[in-house]
Structures are given as C-alpha cells and as structure tokens.
Design a protein around this ligand. Structure first.
Ligand code: NI
Length: 183
C-alpha cells in the first residue's frame, strides 16, 4: 500500500517522535508499505513522520547510490539514537520527499555511530560514513522534528521561503501523492 507523503508545514513533521515497542500493531506490514511508498516516489529514505506517524522508525535504501558503503545499503531503523557524530564536515545538496523540487547544500559531519533495532528487533550499534551516514542523518532529523531546510544558510533560507509556503498550500508540481496542510 502506498501512503500519501506529508508535505512541508504538516505539524507531525515538527514533532519529536516517540519510541515504539515490540507490540506495535502490524509493524512488518507498515515497514513494507513504507518501502513501497519510498520506491514509488523515487526516494532513498523515508521516515514515519512523513506518512503522518510520530514514531521513531525510518527506512533507507541507498543501494543505487554510487560507491555507497556498506554495498547494497538497505536498512530499517527502529528507536534509533545517534550516539556520536564525528569526522570532517562536508557539504552535500539534499532534497526531501516532503519538500518537492527544493534542493540545498547542507553541512554535516562525515561519520556517525548509531544505536537501533532492525525489523526483527535485533539490536545494533553501527558506525557509518559517506553517503550512508548522510542519508541516516537526514532521516534521523525527521524523527527529531528537524527538516534539512532548517540547516541551510540564512541566505538560502530566504531564497526558498516562498517556495516552502507554496508547498504547504499544495502549489507544487509533484508526481506522487501528498497531503498538504493548507489545501
Ligand atoms: Ni526528508
């Protein structure tokens, strides 16, 4: 099942999401639907708040990203906590399924260590770098109520302000289903 993606301006995108427990209803089905929704919109990551659920769950599939490590990187992150971010900061032009047609450079640290559970409730503490770290940082922000547009330069933020307002009103050309707050 494909979910509509919640657009910029939806209050759920600004909530710090809550942990879930092993009894969460139909979790595997939800995860499978999240992957399906992500592929339908050509994303490489999707966080639960983006489909309206304020829970600490996100999925990533960076298998098609050049030179990504680990190779074929595809992972479910449940109740994730970033323990540490380190290494040199680098700029990368990010985008977001909740903010269509907006891209901007974001500076982030190069490496991170994250604690999380996978879909089988196996516990992991793992270190990532490069694009894998970048994708995780972006999705992790979503479960903290942060959007990449919060992290761009003040100049760029001024430049995209009007476009963000338009997105929240549904004035955007997008080829996947979305839920707009002001439409
Ligand atoms: Ni995003």
């Amino acid at each position: 099942m494909i979910f509509p993606i919640y657009a910029y301006g939806q209050p759920v995108l600004r909530k710090k999401a809550d942990d879930i427990d092993k009894d969460y209803p139909q979790l595997l089905q939800l995860i499978s639907n999240m992957f399906e929704t992500m592929y339908e919109s050509n994303g490489i990551g999707l966080a639960a708040p983006q489909i309206g659920l304020p829970i600490r769950l996100f999925v990533v599939d960076g298998a098609d990203v050049d030179d990504i490590k680990p190779k074929g990187f595809k992972q479910v992150f449940i109740n994730a906590t970033i323990k540490e971010e380190f290494g040199n900061e680098w700029d990368f032009e990010e985008g977001c399924l909740s903010i269509p047609n907006v891209r901007a450079n974001v500076k982030r640290k190069g490496e991170l260590t994250i604690h999380f559970f996978d879909e089988k409730w196996q516990e992991h503490t793992q270190t990532f770098d490069g694009m894998a770290a970048r994708i995780i940082q972006h999705e992790y922000d979503h479960i903290e109520g942060i959007l990449f547009t919060d992290r761009v330069s003040p100049l760029k933020r001024g430049m995209i302000k009007k476009r963000l307002e338009n997105i929240s009103k549904g004035y955007v050309d997008v080829d996947y289903k979305m839920k707009f707050p002001k439409k």
